[in-house]
Design a binder for this molecule. Structure first.
Ligand SMILES: [Zn+2]
Length: 72
């Protein structure tokens, strides 16, 4: 794993990995992506929850979201 994650809100280090859930995993897609891209791809949203203050930090894979954005 990478360097220890810190909470951006309180600076706490008790971060635990999480996934947003609906009936399945949730994905982010750039608005400008082509329809075919929107229908077939998405970038998984990763989350980290701070056990000190409850802040949920969300992020996506930068390289993947760039690739999807360029597909239009
Ligand atoms: Zn926190």
């Amino acid at each position: 794993m990478s360097a220890e994650e810190k909470c951006v809100k309180c600076g706490g280090t008790n971060m635990v990995p999480s996934e947003l859930q609906s009936t399945g995993k949730m994905y982010a897609r750039p608005k400008k992506a082509k329809l075919s891209t929107i229908l077939t791809t998405g970038v998984l949203i990763r989350g980290s929850i701070c056990l000190d203050c409850g802040h949920v930090d969300l992020s996506v894979d930068v390289e993947k979201i760039k690739a999807v954005s360029k597909a239009s």
